[in-house]
Design a protein. Structure first.
Ligand SMILES: [Zn+2]
Length: 138
């Protein structure tokens, strides 16, 4: 079924359902479509908003996707904050101490420079960089 917005020569518009666009053409040719206001058969399809992905819809889904990604990162951040110890800027040092002393199994998180991260990885210490999203930001 297709819903068309129909426009009459009397300038009134109304909606009607058709099984297909060819049905509309057929009924119109047979003058079987009447204006519900003036009974005229001079009916045209007016421009309808097609239910196709438009540019703005694409933008909306992009925004939605970004929001979902952000939510996931936010959840990741919450998880890390809940389960790991914040060592701040001492991250590289703390990571080494855990790795070599095997003191604790609890994870840590903090900040490290690119250089420090590279060194840790070279020493075989597993670190991963996560995008740290800000909270309370839309
Ligand atoms: Zn009319």
């Amino acid at each position: 079924m297709i819903k068309y917005n129909l426009k009459c020569k009397c300038k009134k518009t109304f909606e009607s359902w058709f099984s297909s666009s060819s049905e509309f053409d057929y009924l119109k040719r047979k003058k079987l479509i009447n204006c519900i206001y003036c009974n005229s058969t001079s009916i045209e399809k007016s421009i309808m908003s097609p239910n196709l992905p438009s540019k703005s819809n694409k933008n909306i889904s992009k925004i939605k996707l970004e929001k979902e990604t952000k939510n996931q990162l936010l959840n990741l951040r919450k998880y890390i904050e809940k389960n790991c110890r914040d060592v701040g800027a001492n991250f590289a040092q703390e990571a080494r101490s855990i790795f070599y002393d095997k003191k604790t199994s609890k994870g840590i998180y903090g900040s490290a420079t690119n250089e420090e991260t590279k060194e840790l990885l070279e020493e075989g210490i597993e670190v991963s960089t996560v995008p740290w999203v800000k909270k309370n930001e839309n």
